[in-house]
Ligand binder design. Sequence first.
Ligand SMILES: [Zn+2]
Length: 68
Amino acid sequence: MAKIILLAVIFFFAYSIIKKRAPKKPDHRRGEYMVRCAHCGIHQPGSESIASGDLFYCCEAHRRLHER
Ligand SMILES: [Zn+2]
């Protein structure tokens, strides 16, 4: 009986470690995807760009210039 409890404890720890690591992957990928500025056409990471509707911009100035 003790062996079953020990296995359950090991399984629980292994599962919690896997669960902790899992959410890191999508965050890392989200920071890597490239988007194109709708005004000047420069490519840059999506996390650093300004989103406006379906379009992305490299900076606030280009967003204002394009939407005017
Ligand atoms: Zn731009």
